[in-house]
Write a protein that binds this ligand. Sequence first.
Ligand code: SF4
Length: 292
Amino acid sequence: MAAAPVPIQSSWAVVQDHRRVFQDLVYLYPVISRRSRGLSIGVNLNPDKRCNFDCVYCEVDRRTPGRATQVNLDQLREELVWLVNHARDGTLATQPKFCEVPELTRQIRDIAFSGDGEPTMVPHFDACVETVVAVKRELGLDDTKLVLITDCAGLDKGSVRRGLELMDRHHGEFWCKLDAGTEPYFRAVNRSFVRLDRILRNILETARVRPVILQSLFFRMRGEAMSAAELEAYCERLREIVAAGGRIQAVHAYTIARPTPEAWATRLERGELEAMAGVIRSRTGLPVEVFD
Ligand code: SF4
């Protein structure tokens, strides 16, 4: 029987430390994640730091160059095997980064496509999923989830759809970013050339096939939290997705946890986030979890 998950404290240094660099690895990085409830192995499909969003709260340091310009699947595979074996044999537990929680490093709760940009921007997303699935099968990680953390702009691409279908067969979980309810607020926060209606359409089409988790970051922009009208519009977008047949498993409401390049983008207090979560619950009937 699997051990009950240990409550992850956001104050732990290892939780604060979400650097996507570990030793000499180019594509893989281990983190203790609150939302994964333990050890998550991140697969950075954007070592070039490319993203089709430019979120005002993004923590990726784009002033320094990336470590690779494309994804080498042979190397990704080798790094994943190495990291899984090091987690299992206890070597990871001896690393200074994990000294607060060595026991959490032995159980790999998920392998997450994430990283320094948008994972669905790679031209061969399906091949990346195939590579990870092959390692998962080879190393007997049958119960380990495969997570995609996405801004949703590329969910309508053919190779991405094929990748999602493969993930469906291997405990796939889909964490879809949605921070806004209107186009102007979306432009102000996510600063993307992709339109909000395309993001919403992609979320709906994805959620019609399998349930998704919405990841929504709420924060203070130049001192102002999201307005009541914007929050109402956001709730209306969620209701529209559900009414059109999309399955939203849960909403994860969170806020800025680490310093951002834009000093005017600041975090909300726990109470403010809880209050927003309460509004979302009452307006949509959806489960909302708060991560501050
Ligand atoms: S989608 Fe993620 S990686 Fe891209 S800009 Fe936003 S926070 Fe950064």
